[in-house]
Design a protein around this ligand. Structure first.
Ligand SMILES: [Zn+2]
Ligand SMILES: [Zn+2]
Ligand SMILES: [Zn+2]
Ligand SMILES: [Zn+2]
Length: 296
């Protein structure tokens, strides 16, 4: 009887202990299965290229920092909705294969995985972005912008410039039709033929009028440099008995004397003249002396 009642007491305490234990574990403890499901989900996300920090940030910002059960479910949902695909995960996708936890048990597959079809719901223009809409059969949608287009301008000359007036070039966008114009500078006259209105001389400049090659308008009057004395010749005036001669270089075109060189009287002119005068004087003196002698 005594033993029986003792057994009863033991059973009672065991039962109470077990209930307390299970209650305690339900409220604050995490079972090994739950822990394993969480680490498996985290590992799966890391394998798909999401950084540990991104996962931690997500859990913290959604209030699951200390709630593994809620966190596991939240991570699954975030992954299925493409949340991590859109976040700027800085770590590249790793190629290492997942190493399952030793005590891992197969996790239940999520009820619904979004499968989005893409549609261009707004064409991009030269002024605005377009829109791509992703839609899942479940009704979940999200949008992505399509880059704005750039104007594709082609240009044509809509007004030809002349020598003195400006022209115009028009640019038109082949996508939106936008246009703008640009001024083409006047081409300016081009030197063409000229007419000499005054011939230059050896020393005096001449004048010519230049006309435009394109429009034939008179552009300007230019002076023509003097030609300078071109062909020269030498004229010789020989010296006389006592007069000096000269040598002149003159221009054959304008006959102007350019250079004169004096030719002096040769010395022998004076020598011969002196000897002649001396002989005559001697003869005269001799005749004069002869006359005086004859008178005596
Ligand atoms: Zn869906
Ligand atoms: Zn455009
Ligand atoms: Zn011209
Ligand atoms: Zn000359």
């Amino acid at each position: 009887m005594k033993i029986k009642s003792m057994n009863h007491k033991l059973l009672k305490t065991l039962l109470i202990g077990l209930t307390l234990c299970s209650l305690f574990s339900m409220s604050s403890m995490v079972t090994q299965d739950e822990q394993s499901a969480f680490s498996k989900e985290v590992q799966k996300l890391i394998d798909s290229g999401i950084s540990k920090d991104d996962i931690k940030d997500y859990l913290r910002s959604h209030g699951y920092a200390n709630d593994i059960v809620g966190g596991t479910q939240a991570l699954k949902e975030a992954e299925a909705s493409g949340y991590f695909n859109n976040s700027n995960s800085s770590t590249p996708a790793t190629t290492t294969t997942a190493t399952p936890a030793p005590s891992a048990t197969p996790t239940p597959t999520p009820k619904h995985e979004h499968k989005y079809s893409v549609k261009l719901t707004k064409d991009p223009t030269c002024y605005e972005e377009g829109t791509l809409t992703y839609t899942c059969d479940c009704g979940d949608t999200y949008e992505e912008p399509v880059a704005q287009l750039e104007h594709q301008y082609t240009d044509t000359v809509t007004k030809e410039p002349t020598c003195t007036t400006e022209g115009e070039r028009t640019y038109k966008c082949s996508l939106c039709g936008d246009t703008y114009t640009e001024v083409i500078e006047a081409k300016g006259h081009m030197d063409g033929q000229f007419i000499i209105t005054k011939e230059p001389t050896c020393t005096e400049p001449g004048e010519k009028t230049v006309y435009c090659k394109v429009c034939n308008e008179e552009i300007r009057t230019e002076s023509i440099d003097p030609t300078g004395h071109e062909n020269t010749d030498t004229r010789l005036t020989p010296s006389g008995l006592f007069s000096a001669g000269k040598e002149e270089i003159y221009c054959l075109k304008c006959m102007k004397v350019l250079e004169t060189r004096v030719i002096p009287v040769p010395v022998w002119h004076y020598v011969v003249f002196g000897i002649g005068v001396t002989i005559i004087l001697i003869i005269l003196i001799a005749v004069w002396i002869g006359r005086i002698a004859h008178k005596k």
